[in-house]
Design a protein around this ligand. Structure first.
Ligand code: AMP
Ligand code: TRP
Length: 330
């Protein structure tokens, strides 16, 4: 059993990219691995945010994760800021990471471009992310394609720390799915679906009711021609085919055969039906869970306790090897 760790920012409900690129794998990993899933609220402080909304967004995301099939009795589901060791280890790793390597992070460059005030936290974001995983001796990190570079940095930091101070951390590996690693915005097919910066019509949310899904799928950008096949010159159709393939667990070539000569209208209606069928049970479960937010809060509390019992021994070891006195007993 490998130790699996992944994280997601509490920016409200997940979109279809989060669901198909990440959360779906988190759910299946629970059967075979020892999993920790973390709602990374400290990462959300790195860019301007609404104070009044963060707490609700955190609970909303926890509810969505539970509704999607994360089982708090098997996986450890918790909120990053409720385990203080994340911040503590991030500081120590700050003294291992270099300005040069952080300055090369493409996510930093894209998130900071055009802003006149950039927080140190945004620059440091990947170091906190490394602390998240290393704290638990994480071995496998399921993420979407956009996190590849952060995972490379995390490995470099683990190796550098181990070389400098002696074996302390497992060196984690990214686990990036082949299908669904990059779900595209349905209106601008050269951009990934995202919580911020995407188009309103091109982004599918976990709680979108069937009517809204219909509007979004039927207006999704398609390409010239009329054949339903995945190809680089057909990014719109390819994006829809990929979604259809994942939510119905049908190989892409099988779908291409099925829709040969069918035209975009028929194809889109089937994508819509498949998506509605996929999301409906998740939405129903969400409604049940949302009726009892205190229970969601309690599940997170138990998750934080379990996470902390794993984090503390790592921090004891870290303090020891880098020459700090032991932390006083709590
Ligand atoms: P974020 O919403 O940026 O916190 O991402 C949470 C998880 O979803 C990460 O593993 C991302 O790599 C993944 N993810 C985000 N957007 C997409 C997308 N458009 N397609 C596939 N995976 C995504
Ligand atoms: N940066 C990740 C994202 O935007 C979220 C994240 C934070 C994460 N800490 C992590 C992912 C640790 C994996 C492991 O998707």
């Amino acid at each position: 059993m490998a130790r699996v760790f992944s994280g997601i920012q509490p920016t409200g409900q997940p979109h279809l990219g989060n669901l198909l690129g990440a959360i779906r794998h988190w759910v299946t990993d629970q059967d075979e691995h020892d999993c920790l899933y973390c709602i990374v609220d400290l990462h959300s402080l790195t860019v301007p945010y609404e104070v009044a909304e963060l707490r609700d967004a955190t609970l909303e995301l926890a509810t969505a994760l539970l509704a999607s099939g994360i089982d708090p009795d098997r996986a450890i589901l918790f909120v990053q800021s409720q385990v203080r060791e994340h911040s503590e280890l991030a500081w120590i790793l700050n003294c291992v990471a270099t300005m040069g390597e952080l300055g090369r992070m493409t996510q930093f460059k894209s998130k900071s471009s055009g802003r006149d005030s950039i927080s140190v936290g945004l620059f440091d974001y990947p170091v906190l992310q490394a602390a998240d995983v290393l704290l638990y001796q994480g071995e496998r990190v399921p993420v979407g394609d956009d996190q590849r570079q952060h995972l490379e940095l995390m490995r470099d930091l683990a190796l550098r720390f181990n070389t400098r101070y002696g074996e302390t951390f497992a060196v984690p590996e990214a686990s990036i799915p082949k299908a669904g690693a990059r779900i595209m915005d349905l209106q601008q097919t050269d951009a990934k679906m995202s919580k911020t910066g995407g188009t309103e019509l091109g982004t599918i949310w976990l709680l979108d009711p069937p009517g809204r899904l219909k509007k979004k799928i039927m207006s999704a950008v398609t390409d010239s021609g009329s054949d339903v096949r995945a190809a680089p010159d057909k990014p719109g159709v390819t994006a829809l085919l990929e979604i259809h393939s994942i939510v119905t667990a049908t190989p892409l070539p099988v779908l291409e055969d099925r829709y040969a000569g069918a035209g975009y209208g028929t194809f889109k209606r089937d994508v819509l039906d498949a998506l509605v069928a996929y999301l409906e049970p998740i939405q129903a479960r969400y409604a049940e869970l949302a009726a009892d937010p205190a229970e969601v809060g309690r599940a997170l509390g138990r998750g934080a306790d379990r996470a902390r019992s794993l984090a503390v021994p790592t921090m004891e070891r870290v303090r020891d090897v880098i020459g700090l006195l032991p932390a006083p007993a709590a």
